[in-house]
Design a protein around this ligand. Sequence first.
Ligand code: P6P
Length: 336
Amino acid sequence: MGSKNQTLGEFIIENQDSFKYTSGELSRLINSIRLAAKVVNHEVNKAGLVDIVGAVGDKNIQGEEQQKLDIYANDKFIQTLSNRNIVCGIASEEEDSFITINSQDENNQNKYVVLIDPLDGSSNIDVNVSVGTIFSIYRRVTPVGTPVKLEDFLQKGSEQVAAGYVVYGTSTMLVYTTGDGVNGFTLNPAIGTFYLSHPNMVFPEDGTIYSVNEGNYIDFPLGIKKYIKYCQEEEDDRPYTSRYIGSLVSDFHRNMIKGGIYMYPKGSRNPNGKLRLLYECNPMAFLAEQANGTSSDGYTRTLDVTPTELHQRVPFICGSKNMVAKVEEFMLKFGE
Ligand code: P6P
């Protein structure tokens, strides 16, 4: 593991032996994400000052209003990932289909695919609330040197080789895992360097924070309704508190540090839940499990779900393991 205030670059070099594939490949992957994070951070931090905020008038495949920063972040991550000659394909929340990246060398030895939510929580941009980038990394399953295929992206979350997020908050942090624990790096904007500020991040097994949009309460499965009432009951002085930012990365980050649970159940407006399996739920679930937390849809471990389409949605319950277990207990007992 790293030492406090080690730079991200030093940390990657020191720990690349723990990455089960060729060390240089991981470094180039994480470094390209580091660069894109700094570029996007610069724009996010001045969003209120220039005419880059506000809807562009288009909608993405999710039917969601695309904010200018959504497009900007999407373009920057695709550009930096493409330029590093390490990735053979990219899927993004902002792109209808996956993008094939043709390597500069003709036989295209690139082995990795990356799935991203380039700017999660973008509805918060105009009101100056934290937003984030989420990324998920796999090795391709089709032959190296051939064009990437959809099956390279439709892999179970348990097959991820790396995952992480950038949270553009009161400070900008890059938090990621390569399957050997979770480490958080804080950006010093004055010099553009990420420093190891949160080594070996771990979810407390118990927590007192539950994060859910209670405006959807009436549509929740009975098991979720029962859990929320369990948190709110007066008896034996339950210490729970509700905190919901409306930005998955921010709610997840706070819950990992303080202990808590994030829930986006299914409902009438979102019969399969709202969050996307491949580039929101799976990377956050990988991080959660690497930080001693858990993640499921209320019944099935998130990382065990077999994907069927690029933008599919799943119900998402993620955080402190004993809180997730309690929700699953209620889902088993009361169900839908
Ligand atoms: P709602 C942002 O769009 C997002 O994907 C997550 O970051 C966030 O937790 C959730 O959706 C908010 O959704 O329906 O509560 O506004």
